[in-house]
Design a protein around this ligand. Structure first.
Ligand SMILES: Cc1cc2nc3c(=O)[nH]c(=O)nc-3n(C[C@H](O)[C@H](O)[C@H](O)COP(=O)(O)O)c2cc1C
Length: 373
């Protein structure tokens, strides 16, 4: 029993070491190539069905091995041709821009140009102004130009570290999500690539690089965001992760037409259709592990007009669920602004929402009050 658990912990230590030294990304490919190579060797020894038991596994193992060598040379060793700076996306409207954002997991090995850095930091300053926040506690995004230890992102060398007060304040965590997503949106428009990183960030490495900019008694790191120029060169496993995570829950599981989330909302039916693509950009918002923990319920008034939208979190998570909710709020707000649909965020009490029983989950956080005339 003891040896089983010590083996388990040794394997876990190995996994963490491989993860944070940047080798784990290549392991699935290497293991699969080895297994297929073993099958081909066994097939050769057996001598039966050579096409199936020898040639096919040998061909697949060779392809995987060639891909592994290519990835190691171009990504791990960085021996690859210089790539172009991606073009700005100023021609896209707000909705297409939000859809153009993807989590980038492989970055070019060059720093942001001074112009890009200045524009990004000006946006960071705007988005962290106290007047921009929903809550009263300050948040900030510290810029770090060092290859922090992160997983599974490769090549990232510039980051924004999102910091909220040490004493837990849920609204400050929501503000991190909302404000950082607005920075991400602007970065996307600039042609920059971004990746939110929470569970995959090594806090010790962040603290080491922040140095005196972090006060253990006052500050809490919520997550970080890698920013830079996307690279086309990436380990095969990262391509796979990207493909798997390009999926979202259907609209009917995210938006509802009743305050208790009992009736799915049809975004194309009146009066909800007035909000056009605002639903879609929330559906495609990023969330940790693509958990998609935010829900929204529309409330219609006696005249049949949408009076407000209530936003909820579906888990007890104290950090990643409110961050994801904040990201939704940013996309919702950017969408409403682009569609000229005025409104404001407000936290309503149970009486204002006309609810007698507020369940623990889904947990109500905030409402968007429609202000259209
Ligand atoms: C708060 C937060 C933390 C995240 N942490 C990580 C992470 O540690 N590593 C990573 O590769 N991606 C991370 N992501 C990115 C998500 O995996 C990604 O948003 C999701 O899979 C959807 O894919 P997309 O962003 O390409 O649309 C995080 C996203 C958010 C919002």
């Amino acid at each position: 029993m003891a040896s089983a658990s010590s083996l388990k912990s040794a394997l876990w230590d190995l996994k963490v070491r491989l993860q944070f030294t940047g080798w784990l990304q290549y392991l699935p490919n290497a293991l699969l190539a080895l297994v297929l190579g073993g099958v081909a060797a066994a097939g050769w020894l057996i001598g039966a069905f050579p096409a199936l038991l020898f040639w096919m596994p040998l061909a697949l193992a060779s392809l995987l091995a060639a891909n592994l060598v290519f990835d190691l040379v171009t990504v791990k060793l960085g021996l690859r041709p210089a790539e172009r700076t991606p073009a700005r996306l100023d021609h896209l409207d707000a909705f297409d821009l939000m859809r153009a954002r993807l989590s980038c997991r492989s970055f070019q090995s060059r720093d942001l140009s001074p112009e890009h850095h200045a524009e990004l930091m000006a946006c960071v300053s705007r988005q962290t102004e106290p007047a921009q926040q929903l809550g009263h506690n300050p948040i900030r995004f510290e810029y770090v130009a060092s290859p922090l230890t992160v997983w599974p992102v490769v090549g990232a060398r510039e980051f924004l570290v999102a910091i909220a007060p040490r004493e837990y304040d849920r609204t400050a965590v929501v503000d991190v999500g909302r404000s950082l997503q607005k920075v991400v949106h602007h970065a996307t428009q600039m042609g920059l690539a971004t990746c939110w990183i929470g569970p995959g960030a090594d806090h010790e490495s962040i603290l080491r690089h922040l140095g005196s900019r972090f006060d253990t008694d006052r500050d809490h790191i919520i997550c970080i965001c890698a920013v830079g120029y996307a690279s086309k060169f990436k380990p095969a496993v990262l391509r796979l992760i990207q493909r798997v995570q390009r999926k979202r829950l259907p609209m009917a599981e995210l938006f509802f037409a009743a305050p208790d989330l009992g009736v799915p909302l049809d975004p194309e039916a009146s009066p909800f259709d007035a909000f056009g693509r605002c639903y879609e950009v929330c559906q495609w918002a990023p969330s940790s592990f693509n958990g998609q923990t935010t829900r929204c319920a529309a409330v219609v008034d006696e005249q049949g007009r949408v009076a407000r939208f209530d936003f909820f979190a579906t888990t007890h998570s104290q950090f990643y669920a409110p961050v994801a909710l904040g990201i939704w709020l940013a996309n919702w707000e950017i969408g409403c602004e682009a569609a000229a649909l005025p409104g404001r965020f407000e936290v309503l009490g149970p009486e204002q929402r006309s609810v007698t029983h507020a369940p623990e989950l889904p947990r109500y956080d905030i409402s968007w009050i429609c202000e259209a005339g």
